[in-house]
Design a protein around this ligand. Structure first.
Ligand code: 1GP
Length: 251
């Protein structure tokens, strides 16, 4: 059985080719499913490329299912699950970032949840997108929950070593994560060093990105995809905020 790039992964690659893509992260634990649907529609109007659904705590069960359902009612955008464990899978999404938290100390986040989840991904018909997840200081909630040995911000070569290992293991995306709500995004020098080594492996940057200027700097440094979650959730004008980001990254 070959493992080709699926529809959603190809869509992300095309978005990256046009400059950089933008992903809107919705945590089901942060608002009602109806509100999540409204946020997704406004983000779609602002030019986002796909909706990610997940969270470190509480993104599971009926709430997760209903959140995905409302988002799909409101937009035609692909919904990509961003699970913190096997509980973050549900059958009504389009794809899943099938990821390993490479700098976790815990086998649970390296491979155990993945093994438990793989048969469900197959049964649900989700498109698995193989991704390395690397958490950088400060790491936030996901750094704590994922038992990550955080990469120091001043050590881009450590992030690069993990990213290169991911590439050599055949992962097609690498996500550098500063943690949701981080004071600052991942350092630009880290992004540029990692992208230089990754070549055509897609690089995602997320955590602490609050405006178009920060997104533009990360894209210029080599990020192929920009994730924003907290800033979208807090925005009173989601369409305007997402438009600011998407135009800043040249969309
Ligand atoms: C968290 O990288 C994402 O997993 C998004 O972070 O909430 O800070 O945008 P923010």
């Amino acid at each position: 059985m070959t493992f080709e790039r699926g529809r959603v992964e190809l869509l992300l690659a095309r978005a990256a080719e046009r400059g950089a893509g933008h992903l809107t992260l919705i945590d089901p634990d942060s608002q009602s499913p109806d509100q999540a649907g409204a946020i997704a529609r406004a983000a779609a109007d602002g030019g986002t490329d796909a909706i990610m659904v997940g969270g470190s705590v509480g993104a599971a069960g009926v709430l997760l299912h209903q959140t995905v359902a409302r988002i799909k009612e409101q937009t035609d955008l692909p919904v990509i699950l961003f699970p913190s464990s096997v509980a973050g899978l549900c059958e009504n999404a389009d794809a899943v970032f099938f990821m390993s938290l490479l700098n976790s100390r815990s086998p649970s986040y390296l491979i155990e949840n993945q093994a438990l989840g793989a048969p469900l991904v197959l049964r649900y018909g989700l498109e698995p997108i193989p991704m390395a997840y690397i958490i950088i200081e400060p790491g936030g909630t996901v750094g704590y929950v994922g038992d990550a040995r955080l990469i120091p911000r001043k050590k881009p070569e450590l992030a690069a070593a993990y990213a290169l290992a991911a590439k050599f293991m055949g992962m097609r995306l690498v996500y550098l994560e500063a943690g949701s709500g981080a004071d600052a995004p991942v350092p630009l020098a880290m992004v540029s060093l990692v992208k230089r080594l990754l070549g055509d492996v897609l690089l995602i940057a997320g955590g602490g990105i609050r405006d178009g200027a920060a997104a533009a700097e990360l894209a210029a440094a080599g990020a192929d995809l920009i994730v924003t979650g907290t800033a979208v959730e807090k925005s009173q004008d989601v369409k305007g905020f997402v438009s600011q980001i998407t135009s800043a990254i040249g969309r």
